[in-house]
Design a protein. Structure first.
Length: 503
C-alpha cells in the first residue's frame, strides 16, 4: 500500500526549519560533517539522474548561492567526471567559507550567468537554485529560468524542492519550477505532499545521505506521512473470546424517508471495517424504508433529539455517526449537542449535515465538544471547513496543514480536512498528510463511507487520531484499487482484503 508517487519509508515530515536543524545535528554527531552530507547529496542526485535520463543529450545545472546550490555543484562535478556533457549556470556566489563555496571550488565546470541560460533540446535541467531555502517569490534571472523551462517543456530534476515553492505550505507565489523528479533527503517536507506542491514536485525520491535517525529525538516532529506504519499497531485484532458487542457497536442516525441511503452506506462501512454490531437509528417515518434494505445491520426507531436518551439507555453504542443524509430541516444542532451530552468518552463522528448545521454558530459546536468527554471527529471538505472556520479558510497565508491543526485545537476534536491531500489533525498538535488520494473517490456517498470507517475503528477501541488516519488511507486505497466506474457502494466490499494485507 505504498504510494507510487513517493519513495522511501521515512514516516516523519519535517518543515524546512526542522530539516536545517537535522543537518546541524547530523554534522555534530558525525561521521559526516556538513560538506560530507553535501557530497552524499550530490552522489544521490547523480544516481537518480542517470537512472532516469541515461540518454540525455546534456545537463544544465542551475546553482544558487546557498547549500542547495552546493548540492548542484557537487552533482555537476560528478556528471563531468562521468563524461557527461554538463553546463553550470550560477545566480550569486556562495558565501565565503561555506560548504557551498567548497563544493563550487571543487567543480571543474566554469559557471556562467544564470540570465544567459536557455534549456537545450533533449537536455535535462537540474534545479539547484533554492529548494526549500527560499521564503520569498522567485525574481530576476531565477524567475526567468523557471519560465523558460516551462515554455520549453524541459525535463527538470529539482534538488530538495522545485525553486519558488514554499517547503512549509506547498504553495508558490509567482514563478516556480515544475519538476518531473524531485530528489530530497532524509525526510519529506510538507510541500512534497500538499497541493499544489505535490504536483509540482513530480515523482519524489527520498535519499539517505547519512543523517542519523537519532536527530529526530531532539527535533520531536509532530507531522507524519499517513503510512500504515503510523497506525497499523493500533488496528483492532479480534480475540477468540470476543462477541459481537465486545467488538464494538456503531449507531448511525438516519435521514428521513427520501434520504436514507447515506446512513446505510455509513453503516455498511462500519460493519466491513470490523465493528461487531451496527445499528441505524431511524426516524419513525423512515423505519420501513431502512428495514427493507438491511439484513445484518439492525434498525431502531429513534426520533432525534428527544429519543436519543432512551436509545442510549437501552444500548450504549461505542461510536456514533451523525450527519450523512440527516437533512437540515430537522433539529440537527440539538441532536448533535444531545449526543455529545450522552456519549461520554465514546466516539462521535460528525459529518456532512452535522457540520453545516453549525455554519452560523460554530462556537456553539466547539463549546458543546469542550463540555463533553466525547472523542469527537469532524470530517469537513473545504466547503464545510469554510463554514465552521471562516477565518482560517480566508487566510491565504496559512497552509492546509496549519489550518487543519488550528481547527483541531479550536474544536478540541480530531479534524479530517478532506481533499486529494487530506490532512488529519489532532488537538494535541499531531498531524498526518495523506499521500495516496484517489480521484475515483469524487463520487456521491464516498464521504459517508469514510465516516462509517472512522466510527467502526473507534468502536473497536482504536484511538480517534489513529482511527481517522487508518480510515483515510484505506478509503483512498480502496478507491484506487477499484478505479473507473467506482460508486460508493463498491467501497465497503474492498475493505476486508485491504485489512488482510496489514493484519
Amino acid at each position: 500500500m505504498q504510494s507510487a508517487q513517493k519513495s522511501g519509508t521515512g514516516l516523519e515530515v519535517l518543515t524546512p526549519a526542522e530539516m536545517a536543524e537535522a543537518d546541524r545535528l547530523a554534522a555534530e554527531i558525525g561521521p559526516n560533517d556538513g560538506y560530507g552530507l553535501m557530497r552524499n547529496a550530490g552522489a544521490a542526485i547523480l544516481r537518480a539522474v542517470l537512472a532516469r535520463y541515461p540518454q540525455a543529450r546534456g545537463f544544465d545545472v542551475l546553482c544558487g548561492p546557498g547549500n542547495n546550490g552546493g548540492d548542484g555543484y557537487e552533482v555537476a562535478r560528478r556528471l563531468h567526471e562521468a563524461g557527461m556533457p554538463v553546463a553550470v549556470w550560477r545566480e550569486g556566489r556562495p558565501r565565503p567559507g561555506s560548504d557551498a563555496e567548497r563544493a563550487a571550488g571543487r567543480c571543474p565546470v566554469a559557471p556562467r550567468p544564470l540570465d544567459d541560460f536557455a534549456p537545450q533540446p533533449g537536455g535535462v535541467v537540474i534545479d539547484a537554485l533554492y529548494g526549500a531555502g527560499l521564503a520569498r517569490a522567485l525574481d530576476g534571472a531565477a524567475a526567468r529560468a523557471a519560465e523558460r523551462c516551462r515554455a520549453a517543456g524541459a525535463a527538470v530534476i529539482a534538488v530538495d524542492l522545485p525553486s519558488g515553492l514554499s517547503g512549509e505550505s506547498g504553495r508558490a507565489v509567482g514563478a516556480v519550477f515544475a519538476a518531473d523528479l524531485t530528489v530530497t533527503f532524509f525526510r519529506l517536507k510538507p510541500a512534497h505532499l500538499i497541493e499544489p506542491g505535490r504536483a509540482l514536485c513530480g515523482e519524489v525520491a527520498l535519499a539517505d545521505i547519512g543523517i542519523p535517525d537519532a536527530v529526530l529525538a531532539t527535533i520531536a516532529p509532530k507531522t507524519f506521512r499517513n503510512l500504515p506504519a503510523l497506525w497499523s499497531a493500533a488496528l483492532p485484532r479480534p480475540r477468540r473470546d470476543q462477541h459481537k458487542y465486545s467488538r464494538g457497536h456503531v449507531a448511525v442516525l438516519s435521514g428521513g424517508p427520501s434520504s436514507t441511503g447515506a446512513a446505510r452506506l455509513t453503516a455498511l462501512a462500519a460493519a466491513r471495517i470490523g465493528a461487531g454490531a451496527v445499528s441505524i437509528w431511524s426516524p419513525g417515518n423512515a423505519l420501513a424504508v431502512n428495514a427493507a434494505h438491511l439484513t445484518s445491520i439492525m434498525v431502531r426507531k429513534v426520533d432525534a433529539p428527544d429519543g436519543l436518551a432512551a436509545a442510549f439507555e437501552a444500548r450504549r453504542p461505542d461510536a456514533m455517526v451523525i450527519g450523512p443524509g440527516f437533512g437540515l430541516d430537522r433539529p440537527l444542532r440539538e441532536t448533535v449537542i444531545e449526543a455529545l451530552r450522552l456519549t461520554g468518552k465514546r466516539a462521535l463522528v460528525l459529518d456532512a449535515d452535522a457540520l453545516t448545521a453549525f455554519r452560523d454558530a460554530p462556537d456553539a459546536l466547539f463549546a458543546a465538544i469542550a463540555a463533553s468527554e466525547a472523542n469527537a471527529v469532524l470530517t469537513p471538505h473545504e466547503g464545510e471547513f469554510a463554514r465552521l472556520y471562516p477565518d482560517l479558510a480566508a487566510d491565504e497565508g496559512l497552509s492546509k496543514l496549519t489550518r487543519a491543526r488550528a481547527a483541531a485545537a479550536r474544536a478540541g476534536a480530531v479534524v479530517i480536512l478532506k481533499g486529494p491531500d487530506t490532512v488529519i489533525a489532532a488537538p494535541d498538535g499531531r498531524a498526518a498528510i495523506n499521500e495516496n488520494g484517489s480521484p475515483w473517490l469524487a463520487t456521491a456517498g464516498s464521504g459517508d463511507v469514510l465516516a462509517g470507517m472512522v466510527a467502526g475503528l473507534c468502536a473497536q477501541k482504536m484511538p480517534a487520531f489513529e482511527a481517522a488516519c487508518a480510515a483515510v488511507r484505506l478509503h483512498a486505497e480502496a478507491g484506487s484499487r477499484f478505479g473507473p466506474g467506482l460508486i460508493a457502494e463498491d467501497l465497503p466490499g474492498l475493505l476486508p482484503a485491504l485489512l488482510r494485507e496489514i493484519l
